[in-house]
Design a protein around this ligand. Structure first.
Ligand SMILES: Nc1ncnc2c1ncn2[C@@H]1O[C@H](COP(=O)(O)OP(=O)(O)OP(=O)(O)O)[C@@H](O)[C@H]1O
Length: 237
């Protein structure tokens, strides 16, 4: 099977910083990949390369076109209009006629438990509801891949669980087609629950790319690097 995302020896330079170095990564359709590493290790930069937002300074990146993927950030970017319009506008911009877009938007809001709030302004919603709205907007477009940058980092524990459950549901896919999931997270419990594979980054390099169970094996972590071991210990504490 041809990978959905294919990076070969990708380097990214931002100003004077080498945000990514020599990153080779293949992601197949339906995989659930967690990007893990300390602050500044390059997780966001890697997600932006996968999303096509950030062109590599070196190497090459083959990624799906923008209409085939959706990206979510720690804090959603919402427009000053109703929840329903926020979703419908995303569809309309992707070429769906407005009437259809409104119908599909309501369907997506139902899927995410927000139907009762369809007429509320997006920005009046709670943090967790806003992130669910961002997921509704992504889901409505039925992308092949969902990229998430710390999607629950700014939420309270209850909202975290709700948003994570939705992500898991979306990852399970629709019509027998599992969605490809790539997410950056500091929440190692979340990594265990959502990911099948872990890509560990240190100073812009991929030091490990392993099945999730192997990543949480102590001996394996020490083999990756002392920092990886310390990182997992501190984040699990
Ligand atoms: N626009 C920018 N200009 C210059 N340097 C940048 C820019 N954006 C990020 N960097 C630097 O690139 C490196 C990688 O940053 P990146 O945001 O990808 O890491 P991260 O692992 O996502 O970090 P965090 O967990 O804090 O979000 C860091 O050293 C960061 O300071």
């Amino acid at each position: 099977m041809k990978p959905l995302f294919e990076l070969e020896r990708v380097g990214v330079v931002l100003g004077r910083v080498r945000a990514l170095q020599d990153v080779s990564l293949h992601i197949l359709a339906g995989e659930r990949v967690a990007l893990v590493g300390a602050n500044g290790s390059g997780k966001s930069s890697l997600l932006r390369v996968l999303n096509g937002l950030l062109p590599p300074s070196e190497g090459r990146a083959h990624v799906p076109p923008s209409h085939a993927q959706a990206m979510l950030f720690q804090r959603p970017f919402l427009l000053r209009t109703s929840a329903r319009n926020n979703v419908a506008l995303g569809l309309w911009l992707a070429g769906v006629p407005w009437r259809d877009a409104k119908v599909r938007a309501l369907d997506a809001l139902q899927r995410t438990g927000l139907a009762d709030l369809a007429q509320r302004r997006g920005r009046e919603l709670s943090g967790g509801q806003q992130q669910r709205l961002a997921l509704a907007r992504a889901w409505a477009r039925q992308p092949q891949a969902l990229l998430l940058d710390e999607p629950t980092a700014s939420l309270d524990p209850h909202a975290k669980r709700e948003v994570e459950a939705l992500i898991a549901e979306f990852a399970a896919g629709h019509a027998g087609q599992p969605m490809t999931l790539v997410f950056a997270s500091h929440n190692l419990g979340q990594v265990k629950r959502l990911a099948s594979r872990v890509v560990y980054l240190e100073r812009g390099r991929v030091l490990a790319d392993v099945p999730v169970a192997r990543f949480f094996d102590d001996a394996q972590l020490l083999r990756i690097s002392p920092q990886a071991h310390a990182f997992v210990r501190s984040e699990s504490a």
